[in-house]
Design a protein around this ligand. Structure first.
Ligand code: SF4
Length: 456
């Protein structure tokens, strides 16, 4: 039995055994070693892919190092986002204030790189020393003739989710600028797709083939000018609901743009995402094109998947990701490969998300919110998972437990969204799960013996 801290007892449940509603949306338990990142990191990951903006981190150098090149976030043009700028505050500024240094950094960087806009990220120390970052941004912005936005993301003031909100507030300030560039009457914005490995291009192409224009993607392959005209699209399609729902709500309140939540991972959810958009417009030609496109894509994907499924049938998976929408898609995608999800959790799930996870998992599945390495590794061994799907912080947990790993987070280099992404996903899972190396893992041999069996 895995030991769970008393304060976290209700943030973990086993389907079929526990009947309470999972607790979530609260601050991490002190000492629990949460896998969540800080508020600043949350805002940085959302805004980072805007490729023609300057991203300046106002704080000590460690914050910048922590988030340097944090996502793949490919760009089809400028790559200013790949550079990590910091005001590199030292003891002197902590005592006397960092405003002068911030102003000097903005002036120098904007003169040198000529960005279309600039974001200044406030880190923990800024919240403590009380720099008036908004005033410095306003002054430098007037002088330089570009919009400079203070992102109030002081690391200590909440969870990563608060960072998402700070990023949404910052991105929202770039909207509503362009009322002239034509936008199709069949136009959408994609919110929460970050073009980690080229997926934004793939998904844009899908919609284009349906006859739908993507006016703006926030923020994958992002451009300041595109965000400026996003307020004239007809629909917001929110892919990463954890990070971008607050921006969708702001745009609904201010511009009257409705939004839907989708996921681009796995066959069912990818297909649903296309049909939901087609049905929103209700245009016969778009619906016909969507049906033809989906039929062709799924038809050519299934034979490849069934090959991988032969080896993966009956294997078990653990899933721990940032947003719960991705977790839903992964449970379904794994089922296509013949695999059962025995552990599933997220960093930022809402009560209704966990209820849905209960619906789509089998009896005995562990469902957890804001878990930690000790709990997660315990659940993996207890349930006999063969695979862990997570991000960079979960990778060492998988390898220490001696099980396969699939990176489904910021740093991956393989496109996993869309139909092509589903095949890549199957290939990656197959490659790792069928590796012979796991037979020699002491942790797994011991766990298998404790369960009264042996490793296959
Ligand atoms: S903002 Fe604060 S918590 Fe986040 S990396 Fe910087 S010092 Fe650490």
């Amino acid at each position: 039995m895995v030991e769970v801290l008393a304060a976290r007892q209700k943030q973990v449940l086993e389907k079929g055994r526990d009947s309470y509603a999972l607790e979530c949306g609260k601050a991490s338990t002190a000492g629990a070693v949460s896998q969540r990142a800080c508020v600043f990191c949350g805002s940085r990951v959302v805004l980072y892919p805007i490729a023609d903006a300057l991203h300046l981190i106002h704080g000590p150098i460690g914050c910048a190092a922590y988030t340097w090149d944090i996502r793949g976030s490919m760009s089809s043009g400028p790559e200013l986002h790949r550079l990590s700028f910091s005001t590199d505050l030292s003891e002197n500024e902590v005592i006397y204030g960092g405003e002068k240094k911030l102003y000097a950094a903005l002036t120098e960087l904007i003169t040198e790189y000529k960005p279309k806009a600039a974001f200044v990220y406030c880190t923990c120390i800024i919240g403590l020393i009380g720099d008036d970052v908004d005033a410095v941004c306003a002054r430098a912005g007037r002088e330089q003739g570009i919009q400079i936005i203070a992102v109030h993301s002081e690391g200590f003031k909440g969870t990563k989710k608060d960072g998402y909100r700070a990023a949404c507030e910052a991105a929202f300030r770039l909207t509503g600028k362009d009322n002239d560039t034509p936008v199709s009457r069949f136009s959408i914005n994609i919110l929460g797709e970050f073009n980690l490995a080229g997926e934004t291009w793939l998904i844009r192409d899908y919609y284009k083939r349906m006859g739908v224009e993507v006016a703006c993607c926030l923020t994958g392959d992002g451009r300041v000018a595109d965000i400026g005209r996003a307020h004239r699209a007809r629909l917001n399609v929110v892919q990463c609901s954890g990070s971008m729902t607050s921006l969708a709500k702001m745009m609904k309140d201010s511009y009257g743009i409705p939004f839907i939540r989708v996921s681009y991972f796995g066959i069912e959810d990818m297909t649903r995402a296309l049909y939901d958009v087609a049905e929103f417009f209700g245009d016969e030609e778009i619906l016909r094109r969507t049906r033809d496109f989906v039929r062709a894509e799924v038809g050519s994907l299934l034979p490849g998947l069934s090959e991988y499924r032969k080896d993966l049938e009956g294997k078990k998976a653990a899933v721990y990701v940032g947003g719960s929408f991705k977790a839903f898609s992964l449970v379904k995608a794994l089922r296509h490969l013949g695999m059962e999800t025995v552990v599933v959790g997220s960093q930022t799930g809402a009560p209704e998300d966990y209820e849905y996870l209960k619906e789509i998992t089998n009896e005995g599945a562990i469902i957890c919110d804001d878990t930690n390495p000790l709990e997660l590794s315990g659940f993996i061994l207890e349930k006999g998972a063969d695979l862990l799907i997570g991000g960079v912080k979960e990778r060492p947990i998988a390898y220490k437990m001696g099980i396969a790993f699939c990176d489904h987070n910021h740093e991956r280099k393989e496109a996993l969204a869309g139909y092509a992404g589903m095949l890549n996903f199957a290939k990656e899972v197959h490659c790792s799960v069928t590796s012979p190396v796991w037979r020699y893992s002491p942790a797994r041999i011991k766990a298998a013996e404790e369960r009264g069996g042996a490793l296959p």
